[in-house]
Ligand binder design. Structure first.
Ligand code: SF4
Ligand code: FE
Length: 484
């Protein structure tokens, strides 16, 4: 089976024996948990749209391994066009879910691991790439969701992994056996972990010789013995436990992050993709981060489209749509949003082939893309709040609206233009609240800042790739200063 239906995906998750803690309790059935389910629905959308002929070109690709049609989330980019389509697919999914649909971390991980294992084998004579291709074949055949897991808790940021007081603050090899390795540690902020079939672990920073035990990459089933998860809290998450569907802002979709803990997990050699080759750790981080920085030029833009639409509706419902300053604010939001998209497309169009054949984005432009993402969604959110007005955060609840007596009062005093029901106005304001302050704000705001690396990480890459020396030579040539 090359493409799973959305229902088959949901059914396959039910078969997993994930150990998940949420608000201090072990969750019996993550798939049907009201706090988790909206995030599963977002991943489901990556399966659903792949079945829809109108989105086939974006959502699916032809596997370079089998020649079969596969979900683009399981595909290795074979051209710059593939890279562009990836960003377009992510924008589409952002528009359809107004949330983080999570599956990109696995796509970005396989693309990074492919080229790095290939180059590592060439240089060191290891055999990791063959193992990786075996895994990828299964991933494509079974249309798996894979969690690309990179970020370690990191403890004292001033110390390398091997100097931490607690060795588990970075995932590391605790034992090398004839049949495999045993690993311990944790990965933090793991997007979509509870909705994934497998996990692909990568190291989180460039490492030196003394950190060789921490330079480890592997794949494991998400429910492997010794792995457990602690679900991350989100602002307003318990609204999902309430009756009704207005106050939650986005009833159907969401995203999630979790702490993923490895308690002496055995990994057979066939699933190990790096074990001690510390000199390739930095390259893997750079490529994964580069792909994920490209990703944000798609997904955040799609969510931005929904937010801009919601702000425009809020203006309509307030009867203020004709005010020139509101029109101008909407123009500014579109300008910022499309600038992010332009960066996502540019770093893709300027992509190039790596030694394995897989295409890599232009790293400078991908880092510029993400640097802009650390700023523009905040400005877009600020403008949306400006347009929405204070009612977004002072409005009574859905229960008040539905109340047999005070419902009429809510209906009367919170109506804007007479032709639009108060309920619609409340729904739009709650959606803006959800994206800017609620559960989706994790993906749209703070993740825009820190996801795929905090702003300083991009500045380091921009400094490395910016080529100031060459620019000096350009200036010298124009100014008539001899080159040295
Ligand atoms: Fe995909 Fe965006 Fe979520 Fe990352 S934040 S997993 S790129 S939707
Ligand atoms: Fe992310």
């Amino acid at each position: 089976m090359a493409l799973k239906t959305a229902q088959q995906y949901e059914d396959s998750l039910r078969k997993l024996k994930l150990k998940v803690y949420l608000q201090g309790e072990l969750v019996d059935n993550p798939v049907d948990h009201p706090i988790i389910k909206p995030s599963m629905n977002s991943v489901k959308m990556t399966y659903e749209l792949a079945q829809d002929p109108q989105y086939e070109d974006l959502m699916t690709a032809t596997s370079h391994l089998s020649g079969e049609k596969v979900n683009r989330f399981c595909h290795l980019h074979q051209s710059s066009e593939d890279l562009v389509k990836k960003v377009k697919m992510q924008r589409l999914l952002g528009q359809k879910t107004a949330a983080c649909f999570q599956r990109c971390v696995g796509m970005d991980a396989i693309n990074a691991v492919d080229s790095v294992t290939f180059e590592m084998d060439n240089k060191l004579g290891t055999t990791y790439h063959k193992r990786f291709i075996k895994f990828l074949t299964m991933m494509q055949e079974e249309d798996l969701t894979v969690d690309g897991a990179m970020t370690d808790p990191k403890g004292d940021r001033g110390l390398p992994p091997s100097k931490q007081e607690d060795a588990d603050l970075f995932v590391h090899v605790v034992e090398r056996r004839q049949d495999g390795i045993v690993v311990s540690g944790a990965k933090a902020h793991q997007t979509g972990a509870i909705n994934s079939h497998w996990i692909l672990v990568m190291p989180t920073i460039a490492m030196g010789r003394e950190d060789a035990d921490y330079a480890v990459s592997f794949v494991a089933p998400a429910d492997a013995e010794g792995i457990f998860y602690i679900y991350g809290r989100q602002s307003c998450d318990t609204r999902k436990l309430e009756e009704g569907d207005i106050d939650v802002g986005n009833k159907q979709f969401g995203g999630h992050e979790a702490l993923m803990v490895f308690d002496n997990v055995f990994i057979p050699w066939e699933n190990v993709l790096m074990c001690g080759e510390y000199e390739f750790s930095g390259l893997l981080v750079e490529r994964f981060a580069g792909y994920h920085r490209q990703s944000y030029g798609g997904c955040k833009v799609g969510v931005g489209d929904v937010l801009i639409g919601a702000a425009a509706l809020a203006a309509d419902y307030n009867g203020a749509a004709k005010a020139s300053h509101l029109k101008d604010k909407l123009i500014e939001m579109v300008h910022l949003n499309e600038t992010l998209y332009a960066c996502g497309i540019a770093c893709s169009a300027e992509g190039h082939k790596t030694a394995s054949g897989t295409y890599l984005i232009d790293l400078l432009l991908a880092n510029v893309c993400k640097q802009n993402v650390t700023r523009f969604p905040y400005e877009i959110a600020r403008l949306a709040e400006d347009i929405a007005g204070g009612l977004m955060v002072t409005m009574p609840s859905e229960k008040d609206l539905r109340h047999p007596e005070i419902g009429k009062v809510v209906e009367k005093y919170f109506r804007g233009v007479a032709s639009v029901p108060t309920e619609y106005r409340m729904r739009i304001l709650r959606l803006i609240e959800n994206i800017t302050l609620g559960t989706a704000a994790v993906g749209y705001r703070t993740e825009s800042m820190h996801g795929a690396g905090s702003p300083q990480a991009q500045r380091i890459m921009i400094a490395r790739q910016g080529n100031i020396e060459q620019k000096k030579e350009l200036a010298k040539a124009i100014a008539g200063i001899p080159a040295q």
